[in-house]
Design a protein around this ligand. Structure first.
Ligand SMILES: [Zn+2]
Length: 98
């Protein structure tokens, strides 16, 4: 497919940011959430024993109330998998075939 030069990187981030946080993390990162309406999971930024990381479904972003770290599904994927944000965004897009 023809790419109009230079926009590929931004498109990957835009596509990945639009992905629903919780379903993606469950399906592709093996993360378990405690509650569908107010989802919480173990925080990837600190050693978490009880789920401290909550996802705001309207903002499609997460934040840990224990260590204060958070971010988009791209940040979350990058942290969990040890990838750069670009690699994480690319993974998300490829996992979902976007
Ligand atoms: Zn944390």
């Amino acid at each position: 497919m023809a790419q109009s030069g230079g926009s590929e990187r931004r498109d990957v981030f835009e596509l990945a940011r639009g992905v629903d946080f919780v379903p993606y993390a469950e399906a592709f990162l093996g993360v378990e959430f405690t509650d569908i309406r107010a989802p919480k999971c173990l925080c990837p930024w600190h050693e978490d024993k009880h789920p401290s990381f909550s996802v705001d479904l309207r903002k499609n972003k997460g934040k840990c109330f224990s260590c204060g770290e958070g971010g988009t599904i791209i940040d979350f994927t990058a942290k969990l998998t040890g990838k750069t944000p670009l690699q994480a965004a690319t993974k998300i897009v490829e996992d979902l075939g976007l």
